[in-house]
Design a protein around this ligand. Sequence first.
Ligand code: TMP
Ligand code: ZN
Length: 420
Amino acid sequence: MNEPPRGRQPGTANQRACLVCGRSGLTEIISLGRMPLANALVTERNLTEQEKTFPLDLAFCSHCTLVQITESVPPEDLFMEYPYFSSYSETMVREAETLVARMVEQQELGSRSLALEVASNDGYLLQHYVGHGVKVLGIDPAANVAQVAVKKGIPTIVRFFGPDVAAELRAEGRQADILHANNVLAHVPDVNGFVAGIATVLKENGIAVIETPYVKNLVDGVQFDTIYHEHRFYYSLSALTKLFERNGLAIVDAETIPIHGGSLRVFAAAGSIEPRRSVRDLLSRERDEGLQSASYYLDFALRVELLKDQLTSLLADLKGEGKRIAAYGAAAKGSVLLNFMHLGTETIDYVVDHTPYKQGRYMPGVRIPIVPPTKLLEDMPDYVLVLAWNFVDEILAKESEYRDRGGRFIIPLPEPVVAR
Ligand code: TMP
Ligand code: ZN
């Protein structure tokens, strides 16, 4: 399955233009071969059909320092039925609650303020503003997920956010005192329009809080499985700064946070405002560590190949000893890892996941069945490969009984380890 195209080496120039600054001469970082869409779980009914695959290649733009996927997939294919319900992760709901309390205090938000969230999902974040008496409005293109938010009393516009929606909201006098956009900047194809839209929809003293996975963690942590078609862009602060400046937003503050394996959180305002020291410090650290040059990204491909060898050998050895292996978390990154390493039902019996929507479906490509986590205690497989490694602490704590009874977890990244 999915063999990478031969004869192309990382580091070769790609003729395509940068999706964001438009300059040509992208440097290829890694090719993961052809892959099914990582979030497109297969239903029982569709098991007989061959799913579509798309090339998955990562490249670096030396002009604006942005790391990007070169193949585009129509957004309608990606997001219309998005199976991710964020409230199922306790970590995320708790993080959101803390962040909201901080912003309410810092920005002195009250009943006359409007909190807007782009990619508002099931309302896991906005619900906390409701708790503080702040008016809320969600925007999310996934109708099935937005419905869940609306049922919770969180008004949600079912659309892709962009300059049009922003202009309409502004014309209606619905500008935001605070705007959140978590884990969406990596996804939008027209990222210039998206950022310009944020500048449009913010009130004069409004602030945007934007979180996106940090490319430094991808590279340093060998998190190759976070590369998938839904993730168009992989940001450094340097790339974000250029992108925002070009579209009328200024980054005033920046911090790194542990969520999703390591993310950047930036605070931005419309216009040109002097950044805090945190921004200057992080930018100079990126310069020192080489994030602004291609060489930083190039040995990443070799480290990914090494990881593949290590993990597939470990699993093959265990199978050779007659061990039974399951996996944990039907996350998109799990789909990438399994497909890239060609791990199917010959190695992994099933994937457990708490999300009811995912249960009864199959992992894309490799077609491993997804079942409820209660299966672990019933079946007691010898090993469980943690695909949702970003939640490893939460999962190990939750499954203490499985561990007490002798079950073992395998954590795949940055190098495979068996948790004791
Ligand atoms: P994500 O990494 O894309 O957020 O996906 C994490 C997946 O792991 C998601 O499908 C939910 C699942 N999960 C569980 O099933 N149980 C858990 O305890 C946790 C933390 C995640
Ligand atoms: Zn560029």
